[in-house]
Design a protein around this ligand. Structure first.
Ligand SMILES: *Cc1c(COP(=O)(O)O)cnc(C)c1O
Length: 375
């Protein structure tokens, strides 16, 4: 049994993937070939937003998002400490300061009430980051859709408007999820997703994309991903990066899009089975009304994690712990001066959480074996 299984998917779509990759090998336009525009069109219409700018990874998608918003030294970006490191890494990378806000235990996502409190505290002059004494300008929020579930954007967008902050959605895990019938990618000012192989929509290497309805932002993002180009390649009007998606990866994604909708439905079905059968043994994910997760991961809470992990190991069932260490306790961010106890929900969740195998090709037989091991 695999924690996620890309081989079964490949068996299903092999001819289509090979044809598309072969087409790239024949036309040889490895950088910004025609598959890039084709993919961006597909993705923006799937999401229901005006512009998609593909790029080299989810991390670079977040980075270019912050750059396009003009965020840099002296700026504060509110985010969650319970996420993959890249979310806060890019904030520090552009010279801005991450301000952590604790999560809700039910959704694992940033708590909008605590977000508003943190912003108000800052306006009152309360120093939000223990290790930073200079005054920071609150500029943005990066909300993360952890494990595939969109954050509470109705509240978060309202907060953004009220306090004049831009909202960047870290949708690395949630591509395909929805909120109020609208797809992830169309919920905020800008969204960044990842096509890392293990994400709900993955390519065969690194890849990512940024979504926005704002034409000027999209134009800047296209410039940023090619060394800040202006009207042509050797006209450089800003500092950018080499942030392009490879044509071959775009070809792979076009092949994978053919089965993506049915894969999302399968993930939903498997999550439903887990939740029905496991609710008496562990705390299963609660999906709020109107939300739909892309089910990148199926994660549960328990006070007896070690015990359950031993049972899974005995049964030969793979598992994972996302994430064992919240970001405010990471060595690389120790200069921020946060301490254990600062974000009790994130800390407690990191000690009680584990994730079960989740991929669209997990057979019912395997699901029953997993459920029985937990029971
Ligand atoms: C995977 C991930 C990223 C980074 O994506 P890459 O494509 O690996 O750079 C960022 N944020 C979150 C929440 C992720 O899960």
């Amino acid at each position: 049994m695999e924690f996620f299984d890309l081989k079964k998917q490949y068996e299903l779509i092999e001819p289509s993937i090979q044809n598309r990759i072969n087409a790239v090998l024949r036309h040889q336009k490895f950088i910004m070939g025609p598959e890039i525009a084709e993919l961006e069109e597909h993705l923006s219409s799937f999401v229901g937003c005006n512009f998609c700018v593909s790029c080299s990874s989810g991390t670079d998608a977040l980075l270019m998002g912050l750059m396009a918003f003009g965020i840099g030294p002296g700026d504060a970006v509110f985010t969650t400490p319970f996420t993959f490191f890249a979310t806060a890494e890019v904030i520090s990378f552009v010279g801005a300061t991450p301000i952590f806000v604790d999560i809700e235990e039910d959704t694992f996502n940033i708590d909008p009430n605590k977000l508003e409190e943190a912003i108000c505290d800052m306006q009152k002059g309360i120093q939000p980051v223990p290790g930073i004494s200079k005054r920071l300008n609150p500029k943005a929020v990066i909300a993360v859709d952890l494990f595939g579930l969109p954050s509470k954007y109705e509240q978060i967008n309202r907060i953004g408007r009220q306090y004049d902050l831009v909202i960047l959605e870290d949708a690395a895990q949630s591509f395909g999820g929805t909120l109020g019938g609208k797809r992830v990618g169309s919920l905020t000012d800008m969204a960044a997703t990842s096509f890392f192989p293990a994400k709900p929509l993955g390519c065969y290497g690194d890849g990512g994309a940024i979504f926005t309805d704002d034409e000027a932002l999209a134009e800047q993002l296209r410039s940023l991903r090619e060394h800040g180009k202006g009207i042509y390649k050797y006209d450089n009007i800003r500092i950018g990066i080499n942030g392009r998606l490879d044509t071959i990866q775009a070809a792979v994604l076009l092949g994978k899009l053919e089965v993506f909708a049915s894969e999302l439905a399968r993930r939903q079905e498997i999550a439903g089975f887990y939740s029905e059968t496991l609710a008496d043994f562990v705390k299963v994910p609660r999906i709020p009304e109107g939300f739909r997760s892309a089910w990148a991961q199926y994660s549960v809470l328990t006070d007896k994690r070690e015990y359950f992990i031993e049972r899974l190991k005995e049964a030969g069932i793979p598992f994972a712990v996302y994430y064992p260490k919240p970001l405010h306790l990471q060595t690389a961010l120790s200069h921020l001066g946060y301490r254990k106890g600062d974000f009790p929900v994130s800390e407690s969740v990191s000690e009680r959480i584990f994730s079960l195998p989740m991929h669209p090709y997990l057979e019912r037989e395997e699901q029953i074996k997993i459920v029985n091991a937990i029971k």
